[in-house]
Design a protein around this ligand. Sequence first.
Ligand code: HEM
Ligand code: HEM
Ligand code: SF4
Ligand code: SF4
Length: 382
Amino acid sequence: MAFVSSGYNPDKPMSDRISDIGPRNYEEFLPPVIKKNFGKWLYHEIIEPGVLMHKAESGDEVYTVRAGTARLVTTSYIREACAIAKEYCGGHLRWTTRNNVEFMVESLEDAKKLKETLNAKTFPGGSHMFPVGGTGASISNIVHTQGWVHCHTPATDASGTVKVIMDELFEEFTSMKMPAILRIAVACCLNMCGACHCSDLAVVGYHRKPPMVDNAYLDNLCEIPLAIASCPTGALKPSKMELPDGKTVKTIAVNNDRCMYCGNCYTMCPSLPLADQEGDGIVLMVGGKVSNRISNPKFSKVAVAFIPNEPPRWPTLAKVTRKIVETYAAEAKKYERLGDWAERIGWERFFEKCELEFTHHLIDDFRDPAYFTWRQTTNFKF
Ligand code: HEM
Ligand code: HEM
Ligand code: SF4
Ligand code: SF4
């Protein structure tokens, strides 16, 4: 490809270098009605799924239309969003903390027109480009990670599993029929980039085999003590080994009985890969939340020990997810998050109602705190 210089001079890399300028100030991008009423909002209403209204002290109103996005999008898609913003919103738009896109207008009439326009836009395959929804007691966008699109440590794919679940639960995105909001997150390994440890329902990529050791290269590629110290269970120790060519090298010995396949050592050391087609899959976690509403924030808990990777449509994942969501929607009281519900009825009832198998995998065995997750009471239901 023909090289086109941006003006950067590789022979003088530090000349004309601009650095530490930080992000643009958000005030530069505020729609006029937002700028004018900043800090003076009185109340808000959800007019209908995907449409919010905020009333200001001045009497001004702003209508926000929220639409789903795939998070991973092309510049053409961004341009499409900009074209809509230009036509309806004076060139303004914003993205939410769950990667939905929001368009703001100043009348309900404009909001309804905008909603119609957004819902009518589709990709050639038939999928919505900007499905309107994600407000109130619904299932909004899935916070997710890189997967096989870009990361080197995943045990599953992010964009693929997210598309599968959002297709399965699309109806819940465009309506508000849940007892409370149900937040779903996906992380493709247990680094959990994102929100899996604190979501109502979480999909986490999981390995089931210990790392392979590339003895010939390990000491050349890795800082051995770093890899040793990366293991939460002390499964690794330094060792020496004679290669087939007679050369003795420093390397690492893995105690397979102590390894629980977290993949941390591979993050530290390129010579310890562990991804595996049959071994890798998904763990489902449930019951986390970050708000302080009524109950304190909660961690999500492991509910399903293993669901196989079934690209491209992950049918088992879709089925189990739907079952949990439907049971919660049918059984929980108004305002109860999934974790509030499970804790009120007891986890033994949660497993029964969601028809999930309870296996030894779900019993905590990590260090002293594991003890506190067992039951030191006779209060339980048969
Ligand atoms: C400003 C001071 C220092 C700097 C910038 C520095 C920088 C570095 C760097 C870049 C490495 C290579 C890490 C890698 O990529 O694997 C290294 C390794 C090392 N440094 Fe330093 N270092 C400093 C001070 C020290 C001091 C004071 C000690 C000892 C008292 C020390 C002992 C070591 C040792 C033993 C290693 C090899 C570790 C290994 O490969 O196992 N360094 N250091
Ligand atoms: C209980 C104490 C210690 C433990 C368990 C320990 C453990 C280890 C281990 C596992 C390695 C990796 C060996 C390998 O590359 O094969 C290592 C390397 C190293 N340790 Fe220690 N260490 C200890 C104390 C110390 C102390 C006191 C020093 C220095 C004053 C030290 C300096 C180093 C250095 C320089 C290396 C890097 C050797 C290399 O470049 O290959 N260690 N240590
Ligand atoms: S969750 Fe793991 S695999 Fe996924 S992007 Fe983050 S580090 Fe990579
Ligand atoms: S995968 Fe995790 S548990 Fe296993 S050896 Fe590596 S760091 Fe330890």
